[in-house]
Design a binder for this molecule. Structure first.
Ligand SMILES: [Fe+2]
Ligand SMILES: [Fe+2]
Length: 284
């Protein structure tokens, strides 16, 4: 009798177990890899956040440095404007008064507060170009010779040259004023001889503020004229030397302008008092 022996080995179950073990291994590896990738992703995100923060800090430091540089630049130019004022023999706070009067005229014309604030600073640099004119011409008591007058008429261009090329709105406006504050509405002014609205509004405003202040204050070589006399001179020059709209706005608030001017001069007078010391400014 033939005996058949079936050597049946349960291959399939063993294979499945091996594959199961293999799959479990692969799954473990996959999980480890995923975990590793997750950790790397978290590390990259943290690194990215640190970099973003660093960039923000650098940007804010750069902006602060730029602002500080702009302020230092403006302060240097204010110092230069005050030096030009002293060189010109202007007593005291001419440039400061011009800033205040110009801003008051701009406000009376209905311009927004931002423009008034800007012109109050920019107007103070109107004569910065006088730094390039010799004192013998600036302080000459009598009339200037033709050559001296030719040199004197260069101060708007010199001033605009000093102030131009800056990126700040304040210095752009200051350069515009420096160049245009001796133009006449009729076209008879200098250095360009432009007329009417071709003259920038800022120049038309500062021209009037400068005229009023220069004539109503003492200079080293002449006495001040009375306010009423200078106001009459301004009326006579309406539409000729000065823009009629600017003159009308000025005359509407002339009383307030005179009060503001006297108040600035009052502060200066307190500075001169011998018995008032360092903290005099606290009085105001
Ligand atoms: Fe000037
Ligand atoms: Fe002036």
């Amino acid at each position: 009798m033939t005996t058949y022996h079936f050597d049946f080995q349960p291959q399939a179950p063993i294979g499945l177990a091996a594959r199961g073990t293999d799959l479990a291994g692969q799954l473990g590896n996959l999980n480890r890899r995923l975990e590793q990738e997750r950790r790397e992703r978290v590390a990259v995100q943290a690194q990215l956040q640190r970099l973003v923060k660093e960039v923000q800090t650098l940007r804010s430091e750069r902006d602060q440095a730029c602002r500080a540089l702009d302020v230092a630049h403006e302060e240097a130019l204010f110092c230069l404007a005050r030096s030009a004022e002293q060189k010109d023999g202007e007593a005291g706070q001419h440039v400061r008064r011009i800033g205040v009067i110009s801003a008051m005229i701009a406000e009376a014309l209905g311009y927004p507060a931002e423009f008034c604030a800007l012109i109050s600073k920019a107007a103070q640099m109107h004569d910065i170009g006088k730094i390039g004119i010799h004192e013998s011409i600036l302080r000459k008591p009598g009339p200037l010779s033709t050559d001296e007058w030719r040199l004197m008429r260069e101060h708007p261009r010199i001033g605009a040259g000093i102030l131009s090329g800056a990126r700040s709105p304040l210095l752009e406006l200051a350069a515009e004023i420096a160049l245009s504050h001796h133009e006449h509405y009729s076209g008879a002014g200098y250095p360009l001889g432009i007329a009417g609205d071709a003259i920038p509004l800022s120049g038309r405003i500062v021209a009037l503020a400068d005229f009023f202040d220069a004539l109503t204050m003492d200079r080293c070589y002449r006495k001040a004229r009375p306010d009423d006399e200078v106001l009459s001179m301004i009326r006579e020059r309406r539409g000729q030397q000065f823009d009629p709209r600017v003159v009308d706005a000025f005359l509407r608030i002339a009383d307030q302008i005179i009060v503001a001017r006297d108040s600035i001069n009052g502060i200066e007078a307190v500075c001169d008092l011998p018995d008032v010391h360092g903290d005099w400014w606290m009085l105001f």
